[in-house]
Each structure stands twice: as C-alpha cells, then as structure tokens.
Design a protein around this ligand. Structure first.
Ligand code: CUA
Length: 325
C-alpha cells in the first residue's frame, strides 16, 4: 500500500491537468455538469461517512448502540425517510441539470457534423458550404453556440469532450444532436466512449476553440485548394503521393485526389495530431505512420507502405504532407 499510494495520488491528479476532464469546464453546459459531479460526490461522501460512523458505533459500543438505534423512530427515520428524501432530492436535481444542458440557448447555432468511423473522426462544416471538411480535429468559435450533428459511418461510437459536455452516442442511420459552447480559446482532448473495435482506445481527437476571427480564417483555409509545392522535395512528395495511390482513399483539395475512405488530408500538416490523437504531427510521425500504420494501430484501414516506398520517397511525401498547413 505504501508503494502504491503515491501512484494513486498521481492518478487522481491526472484529472487536474485540464485538457480532458469534466472538472475544468470550458462552457456553460460543462459548468453545470461539473457542479452536479461535485454535489453528487459530496452528497455520496457524506452519506458514506454517516453509515460508516454508525457502523463503527455499533461495533465498538454495541450495548449503547442497540439502545439508541433500536427504537422504531430511528429504524423508520434512518432506514426509509432519510435515504428516500436525500436520494430523491439528488435525483430531482440531476434530472434538472440533464434537462438544462440540452436546452438550446440560440436559434442560430453553428452546425458542425461529426461522423464516427473505425477509428477516426470526419468533421464537416455544412454552414460553410462544400469542401469545409477536416478530420480528427474539431474547431469551434469561442462564445458561439455550436450544434454538433453526430452520426456514424459504420458501428456505434460515442463522442465525449469532457470539458464541454457529456457523452453522446453516434449511431448508424440517425443523427444525434448536442449543443456546446466554449467560453475561452484553447485545445481540449475528446475521446470515443463506446467500444467500437480493437482500436477504440486510440480513437481520440482534439477540439480547438478559437476567437471568431481566427476561426473564420481557419475555416477559409480548410476550404481553399492546397498551396503548390514550395521546394523540389515537396514536389517529389506530391508526385509520390499520386504514384503510391494515396488519392484513392484521401482527398487533397485542389488536386485530382478526392478519395473518401480515409481522412481528408488537405491541411493535415496544421493538425495537432495524426492517427486520431495518437501522435503529434510532424514529418517524423507522418513517415512512421505511412510506413507502419499497422504496427502503430493494428486493425485500422491504412495499409503499411514500409515495404513499398523507398526511404527517400517516404521522407519526401512526409515533408509534402507536413507542408499542407
Ligand atoms: Cu469509436 Cu470507440
């Protein structure tokens, strides 16, 4: 116990890091859920302490305890009235919170579609028109209510951004809606919370809240064709991308590659992570992913190109993808 105690403390402190916890709310819905969590935690702790206190009293002073607790009033009060009243109060309060967090606050929310796929996230901005598509990164403007339209392309997934709201299932054939609002800029981590296959654990993403002007600029960049290669190596990388057939599964805006099976790669170099939250994005991780996606995340749909591409070509294509910002 003495050895494990420090680790248990560290485990508890993990929840304080702030990027994936309901205890650091970034918006109204999450703030209500955070208060609910504390009320239930403190309420549960108080009841637990009371029961343990009575148990200790009965164990260490059985004669006096029998006298004090043996009365009909104590049995009815402690056994029926007290738990019924407290549990009912907590139930009514939690139902009130559940209702309050789903009420729309705005008639004109920004709609964002999120489609769960094994094992990544497609994110679309229908209000911005065609081509506003990204993957594994959900950007939203600070201060504006956002309606997430959640669906699935294969099996049941569940979206959870603890700093913004509770969990919401993504079910094939239907669209679930969730209203969220971020009140300050920054990046928070989200996670799939419905077991969806072998890589369920590594189906994560980043939600990035930005000031409205910054968000608009970001959205415009997502829709624009990608820039021309700036160096010879980038040009070679672009060529390798075509020769290796990557465009059959991936879209790169402004090119002939319009594949829809895998994540849209138009601005992959600007994203915080690749592999759906697995690794930071840079040429090294991109090269590693292309060469050994099945070693890094076995069972995902990306084939491994380690035996297909020459190392110089692998580096070139990674450098080109890194340049797509
Ligand atoms: Cu998707 Cu678990």
């Amino acid at each position: 116990m003495r050895r494990t105690a420090p680790y248990l403390v560290l485990l508890g402190l993990g929840a304080c890091s702030g990027v994936q916890t309901p205890l650091h709310p970034w918006g109204d819905q999450a703030a209500r859920i955070a208060v609910l969590s504390w009320v239930l935690f403190i309420g549960g702790t108080a009841i637990f302490a009371l029961v343990m206190g009575l148990l200790a009293y009965a164990l260490f002073a059985p004669a006096r305890a029998r006298q004090a607790m043996g009365t009909r009033g104590f049995v009815i009060g402690g056994g029926i009235v007290f738990p019924t009243v407290t549990l009912l109060a907590l139930l009514v309060y939690s139902l009130g919170v559940s209702r309050a967090v789903v009420l729309p606050g705005s008639d004109d929310p920004l709609r964002i579609e999120v489609i769960g796929r094994q094992y990544w996230w497609e994110v679309r901005y229908p209000d911005a028109g065609e081509g506003a598509v990204t993957a594994n990164e959900l950007h939203l403007p600070v201060g504006r209510e956002v309606e997430l339209l959640l669906s699935s392309g294969d099996v049941i997934h569940s979206l959870w951004i603890p700093n913004l709201h509770g969990k919401m299932d993504m079910i094939p054939g239907r669209v679930n809606r969730q209203r969220v609002r971020a009140d300050r800029p920054g990046a928070m981590r989200g996670q799939c919370t419905e077991y969806c296959g072998v890589q369920h654990t590594f189906m994560a993403f980043w939600a990035v809240a930005q000031e409205p002007a910054e968000f608009d600029a970001w959205l415009a960049r997502q829709r624009a064709p990608v820039p021309e290669p700036a160096t010879e190596e980038q040009a070679r990388g672009r060529q390798v991308f075509g020769e290796a057939g990557c465009g059959a599964c991936h879209t790169v805006r402004g090119t002939e590659w319009q594949g829809r099976l895998g994540p849209d790669l138009s601005r992959v170099g600007s994203r915080l992570s690749i592999g759906a939250g697995m690794m930071e994005t840079h040429r090294g991780t991109l090269a590693g992913w292309i060469a050994g996606a099945q070693d890094i995340k076995p069972g995902n749909a990306m084939p491994a190109y380690g035996r297909v591409l020459e190392s110089t070509d692998l580096l070139a294509v990674s450098i080109w993808l890194e340049s797509l910002r």
